[in-house]
Design a protein around this ligand. Structure first.
Ligand code: DC
Length: 221
């Protein structure tokens, strides 16, 4: 049986940065499921799908073939054969993903793919429903969080480092909005699994969190 670590938590808690580092140190494959939802949202945008119409989303998502590949350890999302990684971090795609990921048909398709990946591969997978729905038998479940202000500040620093003008309060409002949608949707809302370890990263360094998760994982191997 494969060894799996499930990492869930709200946007900006540091899931992908931390999961990637744990993967590197423990020789696990890192699976970013948010990127799969983003790729699906990107597809729906390119098809001019009405995102207010759940039936249109359900119908169009069936035409999207999403696959994951790895290049130099980096996850590549293939959408109908095309590498769509360059489009996934666009703000519009992230916002659309938060809406379209609430759709049942979208989730069924992507959860199936995620479960198949975990069948024979030792991995660390991050998302919103990994511990509660995708990998309920994961050997270790982590719920990673941080205050909305800290998460907004991290995003603000990222954007200003890239030279992009932004407003901290607007970013925080957007984060609170996204949390609300992710936590209150009908299907697989974001919530801490009963057997997950809660880690609040507000006052921790990345290295501290990584070392803590590795110590928990080693104890369960
Ligand atoms: O983690 P992220 O920001 O890349 O995720 C993009 C969106 O996809 C986010 O609004 C939540 C959703 N998502 C989800 O519903 N389930 C997952 N397992 C991963 C992400």
């Amino acid at each position: 049986m494969s060894f799996c670590i499930a990492v869930d938590g709200p946007a900006g808690a540091g899931k992908s940065t931390i999961a990637k580092k744990v993967a590197g140190k423990m020789n696990l494959v890192y699976v970013d499921t948010g990127a799969m939802y983003r790729a699906m949202a990107y597809y729906l945008i390119t098809q001019h799908t009405d995102l207010d119409n759940p039936e249109a989303i359900s119908a169009n998502c069936r035409k999207a073939q999403i696959r994951i590949a790895y290049e130099n350890g980096e996850q590549i999302v293939l959408l109908n054969g095309e590498n769509v990684n360059p489009y996934l971090r666009i703000e519009e795609v992230g916002k659309a993903a938060s809406v379209t990921s609430a759709n049942g048909s979208v989730r069924v398709r992507l959860v199936e793919l995620q479960q198949q990946m975990a069948e024979h591969t030792d991995l660390i997978m991050d998302g919103r429903d990994i511990g509660t729905c995708v990998l309920p038998k994961a050997q270790l479940k982590i719920y990673l969080t941080a205050s909305s202000r800290v998460r907004a500040l991290r995003r603000y620093n990222e954007l200003t480092a890239k030279g992009e003008a932004c407003d901290l309060d607007v970013i925080e409002a957007d984060i609170i909005d996204r949390d609300y949608r992710d936590m209150n949707r009908e299907i697989s809302p974001l919530k801490q699994a009963e057997d997950a370890v809660l880690i609040d990263t507000s006052d921790m360094t990345i290295e501290e969190v990584v070392e803590y998760i590795i110590s928990l994982a080693e104890a369960r191997k």
